[in-house]
Design a protein around this ligand. Sequence first.
Ligand code: NDP
Length: 290
Amino acid sequence: MQILDGKETSRLIKQEITEEIAALREKGAKVPHLVAVLVGNNGASITYVDAKVAACEKVGMKSTLVKLSDTISEDELLQKVKELNEDDDVDGFIVQLPLPKHINEKKVTEAIAPAKDVDGFHPWNIGKMMLNLPTFLPATPYGILQLIERYNIETTGKHCVVVGRSSIVGSPIANLMSRNSYPGNSTVTLTHSRTVNLAEITRTADILIVALGKPEFITGDMVKEGVVIFDVGITRKPDKSKKSGYKLYGDVNFEQVKDKAAFITPVPGGVGPMTIVSLLKNTILAAKGK
Ligand code: NDP
């Protein structure tokens, strides 16, 4: 079994990005600027947004964190989105999800200018992705594709099983893996909570991409020898032995599958860090697009 090391791969990509940004500075060109909008005090969201802002700073990109109260109205948030759309200094921005219940996430996502939608969640960008046109790919699927490329994982003709059909992970990665390009050209089965005999299907996977949010859901008897596994899931469970007070769990029971898998992403240190570098890459793309 070989670990697909997202931490190390993302470090290498960040190094490449750092050089690209330094070259821009030297030329006196504008440095890409990412804005992250955080609404409320969700612990996981704060961690994710802080990591995104820190990654921008590390590579020399400009970043701004906009913190808004969870009592903000939908109209006020839409006004903030409009301001960011119109601000020429901002190349790309994200509104961290989930949003408080009184705000319609779909409405906010659709209000973001497609050219600044570096999360790749706007229907316009999703449509372009479906048509295989150049666009911002959603960060987590894009991170998985980059890991596949960097580790030269063969995808052509392989059976790729995706568990979970969310619009930010499962559905887009299923589409990308079936595209007529590399990485892609896989035969894809997209599964979800209504799938019958899931284990029978996952046992036929050459490539298994799991994003359902249920810790250690995929067990040793659900995979075949030689499978390549991407574990997207991240669940926090309280753990007093950890400095942070919690331990992170993936959707795959690592101990049970590790002797069968040819390659596997660990949690943490697998898909998570790749998601962040994808956001950086999308921000550079947004800046170039301008
Ligand atoms: P969602 O909750 O939006 O979707 C979960 C999907 O899993 C749904 O499609 C659901 O099916 C399916 N599902 C639920 N139970 C089962 C089951 N028993 N069998 C098969 N399918 C099932 O999740 P997300 O895609 O947003 O996130 C999934 C996980 O990935 C979470 O742990 C999240 O924290 C993590 N994540 C990690 C990221 C990273 O950077 N590493 C980025 C984004 C997410 P149905 O549609 O029928 O309800």
